[in-house]
Design a protein around this ligand. Structure first.
Ligand SMILES: [Zn+2]
Length: 342
């Protein structure tokens, strides 16, 4: 990227209310058939327009064409039975009724490639596209077939790699894997989680990112965060291994979080997407508050490796709040950019 401190969002953005129920995760579609296809494309235009108007440098689809960041991808695979549901604990945190793996998992056709191709026709800016990471995928399923988290993660990594290569061919500039599960299962992350992620990113010539956050601003996540104590040192367990991994960019959560910023030092040399926007509050950050986080991050990352971003996805926020936060992100980054080039 040529721009210093290029801004981007970590994930989802709110959908228009005619497409899906607003301020809701997993919101069902309000359209169907041809109308839904067209509606999703219209939403892609709108979310791109919102990002453009806010001055975001690296744009995304805002996850307008998916109901959920993990489930929608899995729905496109065979070997998973969505009727046969089991209740499991997600990230050791909350119970959810999830689909079952009942056979070999395979991707019969591309999942997001058409959407990416469409977005590519609409903009000249760099595009970042998010996919779920292998470990977060397995953590959203009951597995009655492989009966091994590692084996299933490895299968998903192969599937993700095919999708990622086709997204790259469609003109995507950065492929981001979402791995909130990395903040929970440290031993597995170091044993095979990062290796599975590298397999998902294998052979890509575009940039690759891993987004590791403390989750959307839903109650189960907020309660969990409140129980984590004065300092959130989860990243400390996994950053050393990520530092030596093949991934180019590490995305972490820093605004209003209790993550000690010096942990960024552990991935020195990598690009860091620093979350400078809190997605768990409707309060819109002042540009100065955004700039403050970025200045702190600059103590541990080189300026040309700092990518200002949001803590996580903003799908559950009202649209005007999300837009305001995008503008605050741009304005905050502009303050620090000016200071750096003065
Ligand atoms: Zn996130």
């Amino acid at each position: 990227m040529k721009t210093l401190l290029p801004t981007s969002t970590a994930g989802s953005l709110p959908k228009p209310s005619w497409l899906a129920e607003p301020e809701t995760l997993w919101s069902p579609w309000k359209l169907e058939g041809e109308e839904l296809t067209e509606g999703k494309q219209d939403a892609l235009r709108l979310t791109l327009d919102d990002q453009d108007r806010a001055g975001i440098d690296i744009v995304s689809d805002g996850e307008q064409t998916r109901q959920h960041f993990v489930t929608t991808f899995i729905e496109h695979l065979s070997g998973v039975d969505f009727e046969n549901r089991q209740t499991i604990k997600i990230r050791n945190r909350y119970d959810a009724s999830v689909p079952s793996v009942v056979g070999a998992v395979t991707r019969e056709k591309p999942v997001f490639v058409e959407d990416a191709r469409f977005l590519r026709t609409l903009t000249k800016k760099p595009i970042k596209w998010a996919l779920p990471g292998p470990m977060t995928m397995i953590d959203t399923l009951y597995d009655g077939y492989y009966k091994s988290r590692e084996k299933l993660a490895w299968e998903f990594a192969g599937i993700l790699n095919k999708e990622a290569r086709e997204l790259e061919a469609a003109g995507v500039d950065i492929i981001q894997f979402d791995e909130p599960a990395f903040n929970v299962f440290f031993e597995e992350v170091n044993d095979w989680g990062i290796a599975a992620l590298e397999k998902a990113a294998e052979g890509l010539k575009c940039e690759t990112a891993v987004h590791i956050c403390y989750g959307y601003g839903i109650k189960a996540n907020i309660d969990w965060k409140n129980a984590l104590g004065a300092e959130w040192r989860q990243y400390e367990e996994i950053f050393p291994k990520l530092q030596s991994s093949s991934l180019d960019i590490i995305s972490l959560e820093c605004q209003n979080s209790r993550v000690p910023m010096d942990l960024i030092e552990l991935v020195r040399g990598k690009k860091v997407m620093v979350g400078a926007i809190d997605v768990a509050t409707h309060t819109i950050e002042t540009p100065e508050k955004v700039a403050d986080v970025l200045r702190k991050a600059l103590r541990f990352a080189e300026a040309d490796k700092l990518y200002p971003s949001t803590n996580c996805g903003m799908a559950p926020l009202p649209r005007h709040v999300a837009s305001g936060k995008l503008r605050a992100l741009s304005a905050g980054a502009a303050i620090v950019r000016e200071e750096l080039t003065r």
